[in-house]
Design a protein around this ligand. Structure first.
Ligand SMILES: [Ca+2]
Length: 210
């Protein structure tokens, strides 16, 4: 009986450890505004539209804590224009350093640090970005680790955590502004008038030759 209880105990511990590991995956993702608190992976918009997105990180490790964060967002500058990008700080986390770098050619980096470290089993907002769609097509907002030296998600022990993060991208589908139905009808009407006018003109020329 003791052996059976021991085996059940081992099995329960194993299942619990699997659950903890499965729920502890750290990820960085975008939530389009107004956000629902879930990652967005695709979005359709019209040329001229603006949209904002919050960047979140989920499941930051409890031990050791994360003391700095940095990430990069790459975008297609021929299709979307970056209007603003800033690190989020409502005072609850206390990021003392909040640089952001806009490299202009489709790349923006955000970085910050906290002297107390940040550990959170839920989600932590890292920043907010605003874009405008300037051309039709398909493009991607590509979330990835920054390549700026010395920046990234670092634990207090100075271990870089970026490789253990899942980076969730957002696919953008940009479509041209549709022509209103009334304008289309007007266009068809004008074409019809021109055709009739040409036909009548041709008929009168033919009859004048007779
Ligand atoms: Ca969302």
């Amino acid at each position: 009986m003791e052996k059976r209880n021991f085996l059940i105990g081992v099995l329960v511990s194993f299942l619990l450890s699997m659950t903890v590991q499965a729920g502890a995956a750290t990820s960085v993702w975008l939530d389009l505004l107004p956000g629902d608190g879930n990652p967005d992976v695709s979005y359709s918009l019209l040329v001229g539209n603006t949209f904002s997105a919050d960047v979140f990180v989920s499941e930051l490790p409890e031990n050791p804590k994360i003391y700095t964060m940095a990430f990069k967002i790459k975008y297609d500058p021929s299709q979307v224009n970056l209007l603003s990008a800033q690190v989020f700080d409502d005072g609850s986390i206390g990021w003392p350093f909040r640089p952001s770098y806009n490299y202009g050619e489709g790349e923006v980096d955000l970085a910050a640090g906290s002297p107390l470290g940040v550990a959170h089993s839920g989600t932590v907002k890292l920043g907010t970005l605003e874009f405008q769609c300037i051309a039709p097509g398909l493009s991607v907002l590509d979330l990835e680790p920054t390549d700026q030296t010395g920046w990234g998600f670092y634990t207090g022990a100075g271990v870089k955590f970026d490789d253990q993060i899942t980076w969730i991208d957002l696919e953008l589908r940009q479509t041209p502004v549709p022509v209103p139905a009334s304008l289309l009808l007007l266009g068809f009407g004008l074409v019809g008038v021109v055709c009739v006018a040409r036909k009548q003109s041709g008929t009168s020329q033919n009859s004048s030759r007779i």
